[in-house]
Write a protein that binds this ligand. Structure first.
Ligand SMILES: *Cc1c(COP(=O)(O)O)cnc(C)c1O
Length: 391
């Protein structure tokens, strides 16, 4: 079965009724014949038939042994951190998602988990910092918002030498574009809020693991902490996943066209898109991904906060909002939005300049999107001229 077909046909019809759409089991509990005698379900925090179908689909698509659905991406990430003990260390990608950083630093550090951050674009940096206490190597590839790429396979080899597990936050690409477990990683996490569900209408998260032992641990914490995905949100996520190959193919196409347009624009300095041949890790991206993804970032030659702000307020189809991966194109000014609480030194280090803009491409017509960007550049240009004239 080819990949796009797997997205559609992994889940068969409902065995009870033949329903072609997975039924929504909106129930908290299940009637038992006698104490402890049930049909595999006793309470929906522990197990729910709709959620179980989603979990089966997630496991299949990531080529894992089991999947788990959570009430958000951060709840999913939290369940992985709960497998650690005081004294353990995490070696993490330096431009990690802000919410993961907040959890690492402000929740887990006080329980005695040590976290260090390195630039994982160079596997040698991981090699230099890993040690016997390192239990997790935490990767995101590409990173947010400057789309740095990490070689999952090389880093997995290093981690294995030290008995550390490799976790990949695969939110930015989805299992259609990248399968970290096939590249040697042990655990995949997702904010299913983004590409998996794909319609900007649900908050959801997922963990997929490569073996039974890890499955038991995550299952335990999912039930023990209880941040499960509800039946209706599980159904929305299943519905979204089935069209993922179609959506993301179009999003990648749009991203490529927009990146090429931006690349030649006279006001633009850097364009961050792993699909451009000039991108630092283009070769690694090409090797480990099916395509280059639907997110593009860029900044201005004249790095003024005002330019970024004016630009994001001037687009018509690119809606100004946090998040990514939905049908509608989104635009964001990271320095004031996703990275507002990031210290200035770190922003500088990872490339979040004052004028940096992140685009999440939707499935609109690429020509319309490019026209939209053109007119926003004109607004910035007009403003520059009026400032000069008033001097
Ligand atoms: C959004 C996001 C998260 C957090 O997911 P939520 O569903 O918002 O809790 C984690 N990692 C990445 C890369 C994200 O973009």
């Amino acid at each position: 079965m080819n990949e796009a077909t797997r997205f559609i046909h992994t889940l068969g019809a409902d065995p009870l009724t033949g329903a072609i759409s997975v039924p929504i089991y909106q129930t908290s509990t299940f009637v038992q014949e006698a104490p402890g005698i049930n049909r595999g379900f006793d309470y929906s925090r522990s197990n729910n038939p709709t959620r179980r179908q989603l979990e089966k689909l997630l496991a299949e698509l990531e080529n894992g042994c089991a999947g788990f659905a959570f009430s958000s991406g951060l709840a999913a990430i939290d369940s992985v951190l709960k497998t650690l003990s005081s004294g353990d260390e995490i070696l993490a990608v330096e431009d990690i998602y802000g919410g993961s950083f907040r959890m690492f630093e402000h929740v887990y550090r006080k329980f005695g988990i040590r976290i260090r951050y390195v630039d994982t674009q160079e596997p040698a940096n991981v090699f230099d910092h890993i040690n016997a206490k390192t239990k997790l190597v935490w990767l995101e590839t590409p990173t947010n918002p400057t789309l740095k790429i990490t070689d999952i396979e090389s880093i997995s080899l290093i981690a294995k030498e030290y008995g550390a597990l490799v976790v990949v936050d695969n939110t930015f690409l989805s299992p259609y574009l990248q399968k970290p477990l096939d590249l040697g990683a042990d655990i995949v996490v997702h904010s299913a809020t983004k590409y998996l569900a794909g319609h900007s209408d649900v908050i959801a998260g997922a963990v997929i693991v490569k073996d039974e032992e890890l499955a038991e641990k995550i299952k335990f914490h999912q039930n023990a902490s209880g941040a499960v995905l509800g039946p209706f949100d599980s159904w929305l996520t299943i519905r979204g996943i089935q069209t993922l190959p179609l959506r993301i193919t179009k999003q990648c196409e749009n991203a490529k066209k927009v990146a090429e347009f931006l690349h030649g624009h006279p006001l633009v300095k850097n364009v961050y898109y792993p699909g451009l041949e000039g991108h630092k890790n283009h070769k690694v991206a090409k090797r480990q991904q099916r395509d280059f993804g639907g997110v593009v970032s860029f900044d201005f030659k004249e790095d003024l906060h005002e330019h970024g702000r004016r630009f994001v307020c001037s687009t018509k189809y690119f809606q100004l909002a946090e998040s990514l991966g939905g049908l509608k194109s989104l635009i964001c000014h990271p320095t004031d939005m996703t990275h507002k609480s990031t210290p200035v030194e770190i922003k500088r280090k990872v490339g979040v300049t004052d004028s940096l803009i992140r685009l999440s491409l939707g499935i609109e017509d690429a020509d319309d999107l490019i026209l939209d960007l053109k007119q926003a550049f004109e607004v910035v240009e007009q403003h520059k001229k009026s400032v000069l004239a008033s001097r």
